[in-house]
Each structure stands twice: as C-alpha cells, then as structure tokens.
Design a protein around this ligand. Structure first.
Ligand SMILES: [Zn+2]
Length: 283
C-alpha cells in the first residue's frame, strides 16, 4: 500500500510520527501553511515558517524516505490581523519555489470582510502563478461557509478542477463535486469525519476528484488515519486498486497540476541541510 497524505502539518508532529508513517506506507505528503495556534505578530515570523516548510521539513521527511511538498498562503484566521496582512506581499517569492505545489490554506474561518479580501487576492495569485489552490472550509457554520467558498472560487475565474475544497462532510460534498471542484476530507480521531463515514461517502459519491487526508496538526489528530481509511475501504468491499486511486493517484493527479510534484526526489533537499542530521539531533 502506498499512501500520499495531501494535507498534514508535520511542523507540529514528532520524528516518531514520520517513522510510523513511513512504516505504514506513507511515501509522500503535502504540508499546507496554516495557523500555528499562537498568533503571529508580524511578517518575519511567516518568513521563517515558510522557509522551514520548503527547507527543514522536506529534509526531516527525507530521513524517512517521505517526499515532502508545501502549499503557501496567509491562512484565513490570521488574515483578520492587520499586522499579518503584509504577508500577502511575501507570497509571490514563495509561490515561485520548486517545493510549493499550491496556494493554501486559503478560505474562510469566521467569514469576515478581511477574509473575503484575502481569499480573493490569493485565488488571483494562484491564477497568476499557475498553481492549484487548497481551500479550507470553516469548522463552524460549514454549510454556509462551503456555499460561500464555492461562490468566491467561481467568481475568481480559476479553473475549478485546480481547486480542492477541504474538510468536507456528508452535507457539503455534493456542492463541491457539482461545482467541478475536488472534494477533500480530513479524517479525525473523534470529531468530524471518521474512516467508516468516509467509506460510506465513497460508496455514495465514487472515487473521482476525492482527496483524503489526516490533517494532523497540534490538536488531537492522528497521522495514520489515511492508512486506517484505506483498511476500512478494503473491509468495505473496495479493491486494492481503488485504494491506490484515492490515496495515491488522486493526490498525484491534483498536485501534478502545479508541474512541480517531485516524487522521484530530483530536487531533494538532502543537500540543503548537509551539515545537520536528525539522528544527531538539533538541540
Ligand atoms: Zn490544515
């Protein structure tokens, strides 16, 4: 079984997680830029974070044979802080980098006017840089947030097949697929989507344009829930080829639209941190 987790925040995870993921078949990941929990007070914190997403984290993943890619954006939550708005001016520099395969996570948190502006500005950047976009749907008021996100995506003029609407559930999947977007699902340990609910959705809506991720981060989450969902698919009557499609070929197809997916490690960052070693430790 080969697994591509298209949404996981390894910055918040330990080396043990990388080890367990590699042992379970996770071979490639995409790490979207997001809110780190502690609010940032200015653009310099973002610069260091973005540099880590395209430098240090790919190196850390490579120690376990995992190919790491990033998506870069000003996240919806911090879009509301005027001190963070200048991050928008930093983005073009990062969107030109090899390891960046989409603009994200963008979208809504509380659906404010500031979020409207930043969401639209970043969809325009995706079009300009010919990159796909990863759109987060809000956890509160999800149905309305999803509807409004689809309207903003449509209005932007971006090709809907280059957009994934993430954190969907039974109530929001149909609208995303009907609009021609990719449907992303985050599998969580206790709240929201579970492996068995996911398998029910796959039976109902099919395997086309579906991405499944663990969204593991600093909250209660599990980086192996992609693998658990694959097992649940097999138990639920899907074939090994179906599992390979949803958990490998689909994310490859979606992020290949960036022209930058590097699954062979041609641009491997091993050399970037040649003087460092995970085994030796960094502290
Ligand atoms: Zn996320």
């Amino acid at each position: 079984m080969r697994i591509f987790d298209p949404h996981i925040h390894m910055t918040s995870r330990t080396t043990d997680d990388y080890e367990r993921m590699a042992a379970a078949g996770v071979r490639a990941i995409v790490e979207p830029a997001f809110w780190l929990g502690q609010p940032r007070t200015g653009p310099a914190s973002f610069t260091d974070y973005f540099d880590a997403l395209i430098g240090w984290e790919p190196f850390r993943a490579s120690q376990f044979g995992i190919r790491h890619h990033a998506t870069i954006a000003l996240n919806p939550k911090e879009a509301n802080d005027p001190r963070c708005r200048p991050v928008l001016d930093l983005l073009p520099r990062y969107l030109a980098k090899d390891g960046v395969v989409a603009v994200g996570e963008i979208g809504y948190d509380s659906m404010t006017a500031a979020e409207d502006e930043v969401f639209a500005a970043q969809l325009a950047l995706a079009i300009e840089h010919e990159l796909p976009a990863l759109v987060h749907t809000p956890h509160r008021d999800k149905a309305r947030g999803t509807e409004r996100s689809i309207a903003v995506v449509t209005e932007s003029g971006i090709d809907p097949s280059r957009v994934v609407l993430d954190h969907l559930n039974e109530l929001t999947v149909a609208a995303a697929l009907d609009a021609g977007l990719w449907a992303g699902f985050s599998i969580y340990p206790d709240t929201k989507m579970s492996p068995s609910r996911m398998v029910t959705i796959l039976h109902e809506y099919g395997l086309e344009r579906v991405l499944i991720n663990s969204a593991a981060d600093w909250g209660r989450s599990d980086p192996l829930l992609t693998v658990r969902t694959a097992e649940e698919m097999l138990a639920g009557g899907f074939t090994k080829d179906d599992v390979d499609k949803v958990l490998w070929r689909n994310p490859v197809a979606f992020f290949n639209q960036s022209g930058r997916l590097d699954l062979a490690g041609r641009n491997a960052s091993e050399a970037t941190f040649a003087g460092n070693s995970i085994l030796r430790g960094g502290s």
